[in-house]
Design a protein around this ligand. Structure first.
Ligand code: G6P
Length: 608
């Protein structure tokens, strides 16, 4: 949510800031701006719109500045316009800052500061921080920032420059990620490693409550009491081409097509065919608790919540452990029951989602053991959890999650398999599951070859304003995810439903203008879903079914089918979601939507 990048070094900061912003634009993109220290003065440039608009605005101006901060925004307080765009400055124009997060007590602070004579120009919560630092300034910027932040309630990732101390960038974090990138005679500040990867892969992660003073030749990190903290420099293994489009029109399409590889990466070194199990090192420390657990909780948001639902089905089927799946935003605010030593899995691609993080901290406070399932190495959830599993899907830039979803489900499959083997699943059965999992990436590759056909079906569907997605059993969460993908990127209203529930409401919507997409591959619900399709056809509904290759029965009932190869039902969600991802993608493109940056959404939701 929002992107921050800052640079202090030897070269001109502007191209570095603009390039960094472009890499962060997937996190928020309704306005953009930068602030520089140029010949001892603060220069401010900002505008509504995307980074391109900012670039256009400053084209032709020559800058020499080697110190600057920049921001791409996802509005929380105040509509997206020029004046609300970051950076924000204090009354004296002495300092400029950019902010991710939400200042919850901004209204009270604003009233207090206005009483002291400060003049506000924006409607944002962020601007209060600039004035609060100004108010607290007494010769030391670090102390002023520290004093100001002590009065702030809420979350922030901040980067601040000031002409009082022109050779520094100050940065601070509470609840919103921030990193420092270490270069050669230059340093970077960013909310996400993607912004600095072109220049360095040596990263310092700030923790909540830390403030850093970053210079050209080094940095110093302190906590609120001004006590210095020694930080580790970590090497990031992601490379630049992993965060570029590589010839595809959109990141989303690239990421859909990467799934054969990302699933292989998720599996790598983790399956043990001989023992019929999976080895997940990050869970080894909790084997005893997992063996004895009489309940597991899984929490997450958005697409990750859909993978959690599949996780519930998997763990209950393969390991016989009751699971509770909770929206993180609900869990954290409803006095949840977490017994001492009870295990909660937390799923988050970014590892930064505010509600998921909040739920995780709540569970820990109540004595729970929290195990993360994350993609971004070194992310807050990954660092704060007691253990866990990385999904190794590689960077996901498209706002609509695709490859992270399939890798999450695959990790959950391996967890269920491992738990199952600990709790009575036979070696023979385990080995069969391992063999099927090994076939999965190749099968996904085959479905991707159906892209052209799916594009043609999308042609037919792109004219409709609504769609209903149905599935049963393992395919019910797949229907939810298919519908979410469509609404996220094409703005078509789509609902996912358990197929049998259709007759309790959605059936009233069925007519020839309501396409129904049914996930109907062969499993124990096959006959039942066939009846559901007949019910739709009897009401003149138009049906697209995802079917097992060679299935003529459902094909005869449906108006259109997409065939997929067969695997065991517990792995079919990963197979079946691929055509739905492609369908949503093609419909969105045909409707002229911005697939990678859908309106109002952000990749990483670091506000509640
Ligand atoms: C946002 C993204 C979704 C994602 C959700 C949870 O809404 O747009 O794609 O599923 O956040 O994100 P997480 O990083 O926690 O999986």
């Amino acid at each position: 949510m929002c992107g921050i990048v800052g640079y202090i070094g030897k070269g001109c900061s502007v191209p570095i800031l603009i390039e960094g912003l472009k890499r962060l634009e997937y996190r928020g993109y309704d306005s953009a701006g930068l602030a520089l220290i140029e010949k001892g003065e603060i220069i401010l440039e900002k505008t509504k719109g995307k980074v391109d608009a900012l670039e256009g605005k400053i084209a032709g101006t020559r800058f020499e500045s080697t110190v600057g901060i920049a921001h791409t925004r996802w509005a929380t307080h105040g509509e997206p316009n020029d004046k609300n765009a970051h950076p924000h400055i204090d009354c004296g124009g002495e300092l400029a800052l950019v902010h991710n997060g939400i200042i919850e007590n901004f209204s009270a602070l604003k009233t207090y500061l206005e009483g002291k004579g400060h003049r506000f120009v924006s409607d944002t919560d962020t601007e209060v921080i600039a004035h609060l630092i100004e108010e607290n300034y007494n010769g030391s910027l670090l102390l002023a920032i520290s004093a100001a932040l002590a009065e702030v309630e809420g979350t922030y990732g901040l980067a601040i420059i000031s002409k009082r101390e022109p050779d520094k960038i100050f940065t601070a974090r509470r609840g919103s990620p921030l990193i420092i990138g270490k270069g050669d005679g230059e340093f970077f500040v960013a909310s996400d490693v993607a912004a600095v990867l072109k220049h360095t892969n040596e990263i310092i992660y700030l923790e909540d409550g830390e403030i850093a003073e970053v210079r050209r030749d080094g940095y110093r990190v302190t906590r609120a009491n001004n006590e210095e903290v020694k930080k580790k420099v970590q090497q990031i293994s992601w490379s630049l081409d992993m965060i570029e489009k590589g010839g595809f029109d959109h990141f989303m399409l690239k990421e859909i097509f990467e799934q054969e590889k990302s699933l292989r990466d998720t599996l790598r070194g983790r399956l043990n065919e001989k023992e019929g199990t999976a080895r997940l090192d990050g869970l080894l420390g909790y084997s005893e608790q997992l063996k004895k657990a009489d309940r597991l909780i899984i929490t997450s948001c958005g697409t990750s919540w859909h993978s959690a639902l599949i996780g519930e089905y998997l763990i209950e089927e393969l390991a016989g452990i009751p699971c509770e799946v909770e929206y993180a935003s609900e869990f954290r605010y409803r006095n949840p029951i977490v017994r001492e030593g009870e295990i909660m899995f937390v799923i988050s691609q970014s590892g930064e989602t505010a509600d998921t993080l909040g739920a995780m901290r709540e569970a820990k406070k109540r004595g729970g053991i929290v195990l993360g399932i994350c993609n971004v190495v070194g992310s807050t959830i990954a660092r704060e959890s007691d253990g866990g599993v990385y999904i190794h899907a590689g960077p996901e830039i498209g706002v609509a999650s695709t490859k992270a979803f399939t890798s999450q489900v695959l990790v959950l499959f391996m967890i269920a398999l491992m738990l199952g083997r600990m709790r009575g699943l036979s070696k023979k059965e385990g080995t069969k599951l391992v063999k099927e999992a090994m076939r999965l990436p190749g099968i996904v590759g085959k479905i991707l070859r159906e892209d052209r056909k799916i594009g043609e079906i999308a042609d037919r569907l792109s004219r409709h304003k609504n769609a209903l997605y149905l599935g049963r059993g393992y395919n019910y969460p797949v229907a939810l995810e298919g519908a979410l993908k469509l609404k996220e990127i094409s703005y078509v209203h789509a609902e996912g439903y358990p197929a049998a529930e259709m007759k309790h409401g959605p059936i009233a919507l069925i007519d020839d203008d309501m396409p129904v997409i049914v996930v109907a591959t062969k499993d124990f619900t096959y006959e039942k879903i066939m009846s559901n399709i007949s019910e739709i056809k009897a009401r003149k509904g138009w049906v697209l079914s995802i079917v097992t290759r060679g299935d003529t029965m459902i094909a005869d009932l449906s108006d259109e089918v997409i065939e997929v190869p067969e695997l065991i039902p517990s792995l079919m969600p990963i197979v079946n979601v691929i055509p739905l991802q492609l369908l949503a993608y093609h419909i969105a493109v045909k409707r002229g939507c911005n697939v990678d940056q859908p309106r109002n959404l952000a990749k990483s939701v670091t506000v509640e």
